[in-house]
Design a protein around this ligand. Structure first.
Ligand code: MSP
Length: 664
C-alpha cells in the first residue's frame, strides 16, 4: 500500500473556470478515487494561483484589488468542485500564509546551494504565460506561440536561477526514469528543449507588486512560476514543524507523486520545477503527466479565445456525472480531443441513457417483478463473474496507465455481458414455468451482482451515479471501499426501492437547437416517440418482451398484446403538400387499399412533395385523429430518426406489396 499523491495545476484567478480546468480536476479526482478504492493511502491537491502580472492586470481592469478578485473566483472554483463531486483533500491558495512560508524556505535552500544571482535582464515577455521567450521561439511579429498575442520587450534587474547548471542532471534523470515525463511524445519534446541549451532563468520581478516578497532582495517579488510550482510541497507542510504529510507523500521513497497538467505548461513542470527541486535537495515528482487540449473548431478552448464550453449548463441539464463521463471517455489522456454538443449528446443517449441506465433499471425491475426484492440465493460460478474478473484486471491496468477511456471501455464490456446473460437465460420464462425458483434467484443474483460491481468500477468516474446504483440495489448510497470489489457483496433479499431513470434519454435535436432539453424517462418513451425506429445504437441487447406479462410501468417494456393493439399497414402516398408556415410538416393523402385518408407528417425538411408522391410507406392506422398546426391528421407515417438530429428517413416497403397490407 504505497502512498499516492496527485495534483492538478493551480488555476489562475483572472477569470472563471472553464471546461479545460474542469477536465484536469476531474482526471485527478477519478485517479485518486481509484487509488483510494484499491486501498492506497491517497492525497489529492488542487488550488489557485493568485499572484503575478496577469492577476494584477485583471484586477485593475475590473477596478478591484487582486485579493478581492481572487476571493470571488476562488468561491466559484469551490462551488464548481462541489457540484462535480471533486473529493480533494486540500485546496491551496498561493496567497495563504502557509504557502508564503514554504516558498521562503524553498528559496532559502536554493540560495544556499549557490544557485541565485542578480543581473540585468532583457527579453520578450508574454504575460499570458508569465514567461520570457527567446527570439527564435517567436514569429516575425514577436507573438507568443501559445496565446498568439504580441510579447513585450522587457528589461529589468532580476534575481536569476542557475538553470544552465541543471541541463545534464535533468537529462540523466529523464533517461533513467522513463516514467518521469509522460506520454512519450512529451518526453521527446522536453529532451529536445534541454538539448537546445538552457539559459539561466529570471525568478524575480521588480515591476509588479502582487507577489511574495523575494527573501533578502527588497523591491523584488518572487517570479510567479517559482511561487506557484512550490505549492505542491508547501501544501504538504514542507519545511514546517508539522511536516508529516510531506514526509509521507513526498519524501518517502515509496510514495508515487504525480502532477497532472496540460501540455502548455510542460516546460515549467518538466524543466524548471525539477531543476528547482534538484537545487533545493528535494526529491523529484515520480511523473509529470501532460494531457492534450480540448479543442473547439480546431482551437484550444480558453477564456481568451472565447470558445468557452458551458460546464454549468451541461451539468444542470444532464448532471455533473454525465459531463465527467464524457470528459474521461472521449479524450485519450495525452491527446487533444474536440468538444461538441453533438458528441456529448450522442454519448449521453447511447452510453448513459441506453447502455448504463437501461441495464440498471432492467435488472432491478426483473428482480422486483420476480421476488419483490433482491435475489435471495447467491451464485458465484457464472459467466458474469468470469467476465467481471477479466474486466477488473483491464480496468486496473488501464488506470495505472492513466488510460481512463480504456478503463471505461472495460466497464462497458461488463454491462454488455450482463445484458447478454439476461437475454440468453430468459429469466421471465423461468419465472413463468417455475415461479421464484432457486435457479431464477441464482440467475438474477449474477446479473444484479454484476450491476453492483459495474457501479463499483464506475465509482471513480461517476461517484454520484454509482451511489444511486447501490441504492437501486438496496445497498447504502456510499462510496465503495476495497472489499466492495470482491464478488458477493449484494445484500440478499434487500428491499428494492423504485428508482427514477439514471439518465433519462434527451431530445438531442431540441437541445442542439438551443431549446430546453426535454428528457424522456424510459417508461414514457414509447408514447413520446413519433416513430418506431430502432435505437440508433442498441448495444445493450434488451430482454425480449415477455409473452404473458402485462405492461410493466417500471422497465418500459410492453407485452405482445399491447403491441398488437397498434395497427400498422402499408400505404401509398397519392398527394403531398407542405403545411403553410411550417418547416417540418407535410400534408399527405395516403391510400390504404380500402380507404384514402389525410396524414400530417414531420418530414418536410427532408423530402419535397414531388419525392413523396408514389412512395409506399408504413402507417399507424388506428391513431386517434389529432390536429397539427390546425391540419387534421388521421394516422402516422413511420420514419427512422437518423443521427442525433433525428433526421427522418421513411421506412421503405418492398415493391409489389399492395397498400393496406398489415405489418406485424
Ligand atoms: N496557473 C498556471 C498553473 C500553475 S501550476 C503550478 C496555469 N493556470 S491556468 O488556469 O491557465 O491553466 C490551468 C490548466 O488548465 C493547465 O494545465 C492548462 O493546460 C489547462 N487548460 C486550459 N485550457 C485547456 C483546454 N482547452 N483543454 C485542456 N486543458 C486546458 O496554467
Amino acid at each position: 500500500m504505497k502512498p499516492f499523491y496527485a495534483t492538478t495545476p493551480i488555476y489562475y484567478v483572472n477569470d472563471l473556470p472553464h471546461i479545460g480546468h474542469i477536465y484536469t480536476t476531474v482526471v485527478g479526482d477519478a485517479l485518486t478515487r481509484f487509488h483510494r478504492l484499491v486501498g492506497d493511502p491517497t492525497r489529492f491537491l488542487t488550488g489557485t494561483d493568485e499572484h503575478g502580472q496577469k492577476i494584477q492586470k485583471a484586477a485593475a481592469e475590473q477596478g478591484v484589488s487582486p485579493i478581492a478578485l481572487a476571493d470571488r473566483v476562488v468561491a466559484r472554483y469551490r462551488e464548481l468542485w462541489k457540484l462535480y463531486g471533486i473529493a480533494n483533500d486540500d485546496f491551496i491558495r498561493t496567497t495563504e500564509e502557509r504557502h508564503r512560508r514554504g516558498v521562503e524556505a524553498f528559496i532559502a535552500r536554493i540560495d544556499s546551494a549557490g544557485d541565485l544571482y542578480t543581473a540585468k535582464h532583457e527579453g520578450w515577455y508574454c504575460s499570458g504565460c508569465e514567461l520570457f521567450y527567446t527570439e527564435k521561439e517567436l514569429d516575425a511579429e514577436k507573438r507568443c506561440p501559445i496565446h498568439e498575442t504580441p510579447c513585450v520587450r522587457t528589461s529589468e534587474e532580476n534575481v536569476f536561477f542557475r538553470l544552465s547548471r541543471y541541463a545534464e542532471p535533468l537529462l540523466s534523470h529523464i533517461e533513467s526514469h522513463p516514467e518521469f515525463i509522460r506520454p512519450e511524445t512529451r518526453r521527446a519534446e522536453v529532451v529536445s528543449f534541454i538539448r537546445g541549451g538552457l539559459n539561466d532563468l529570471s525568478v524575480s520581478r521588480t515591476k509588479i507588486e502582487w507577489g511574495i516578497p523575494f527573501p533578502g532582495r527588497p523591491g523584488h517579488v518572487v517570479y510567479v512560476w517559482l511561487d506557484a510550482l512550490a505549492n505542491y510541497i508547501t501544501a504538504l507542510g514542507f519545511a514546517t514543524a508539522d511536516d508529516a504529510l510531506y514526509r509521507k507523500f513526498w519524501e518517502s521513497p515509496d510514495s508515487t507523486r504525480i502532477h497532472l497538467i496540460g501540455k502548455d505548461i510542460l516546460r515549467q513542470h518538466a524543466v524548471y520545477w525539477p531543476a528547482f527541486l534538484l537545487s533545493a535537495g528535494v526529491p523529484l515528482p515520480t511523473s509529470v503527466w501532460a494531457h492534450g487540449w480540448w479543442l473547439r473548431d480546431g482551437k484550444k478552448i480558453s477564456k481568451s479565445v472565447g470558445a468557452i464550453v458551458r460546464p454549468d449548463d451541461l451539468a444542470r441539464d444532464f448532471g455533473p456525472d454525465a459531463v465527467r463521463y464524457f470528459l474521461l471517455r472521449e479524450m485519450a489522456f495525452g491527446q487533444d480531443a474536440s468538444f461538441s454538443d453533438e458528441a456529448f449528446l450522442a454519448r449521453y443517449n447511447a452510453d448513459l441513457a441506453n447502455d448504463l441506465g437501461n441495464t440498471v433499471s432492467r435488472v432491478a425491475a426483473l428482480c422486483r417483478q420476480s421476488f419483490g426484492r433482491a435475489p435471495g440465493v447467491p451464485c458465484a460460478a457464472n459467466d458474469v463473474h468470469r467476465v467481471y474478473r477479466r474486466v477488473r484486471d483491464e480496468w486496473k491496468t488501464a488506470m495505472g496507465e492513466l488510460a481512463f477511456h480504456r478503463a471505461l471501455e472495460a466497464v462497458w464490456k461488463l454491462l454488455s455481458e450482463i445484458n447478454g446473460y439476461v437475454v440468453t437465460r430468459e429469466p421471465w420464462k423461468i419465472r413463468k414455468q417455475e415461479g421464484a425458483s432457486r435457479p431464477l434467484h441464482r440467475i438474477l443474483y449474477s446479473a444484479a451482482e454484476g450491476v453492483r460491481l459495474a457501479a463499483v468500477l464506475l465509482s471513480p468516474f461517476m461517484p454520484a451515479t454509482s451511489r444511486k446504483i447501490f441504492e437501486t440495489l438496496g445497498l447504502p448510497a456510499e462510496d465503495p471501499v476495497t472489499a466492495d470489489l470482491r464478488w458477493g457483496g449484494l445484500r440478499l433479499d434487500a428491499p428494492l426501492p423504485e428508482a427514477p431513470a439514471l439518465f433519462p434519454r434527451a431530445d438531442a435535436a431540441a437541445y442542439l437547437k438551443g431549446e430546453p432539453v426535454d428528457k424522456v424517462e424510459p417508461e414514457k418513451r414509447e408514447k413520446a416517440e413519433t416513430t418506431l425506429a430502432p435505437e440508433p445504437r442498441a448495444t445493450s441487447a434488451a430482454a425480449p418482451p415477455e409473452t404473458t406479462q402485462a405492461a410493466s410501468p417500471s422497465d418500459g417494456k410492453i407485452g405482445i398484446e399491447e403491441f398488437q393493439k397498434v395497427r400498422l399497414v402499408t400505404a401509398k402516398i397519392v398527394a403531398a403538400e407542405r403545411v403553410p408556415k411550417s418547416n417540418k410538416l407535410m400534408r399527405l393523402q395516403v391510400d390504404l387499399g380500402s380507404e384514402q385518408r389525410q396524414v400530417v407528417a414531420g418530414i418536410a425538411a427532408k423530402y419535397s412533395a414531388e419525392e413523396l408522391v408514389g412512395r409506399n410507406v408504413v402507417v399507424v392506422a388506428n391513431l386517434r385523429p389529432a390536429k397539427l398546426m390546425g391540419v387534421e391528421s388521421n394516422g402516422m407515417v413511420l420514419a427512422a430518426a437518423v443521427g442525433e438530429t433525428g433526421e427522418p428517413s421513411l421506412l421503405a416497403v418492398a415493391d409489389g406489396i399492395p397498400p393496406g397490407t398489415r405489418v406485424k
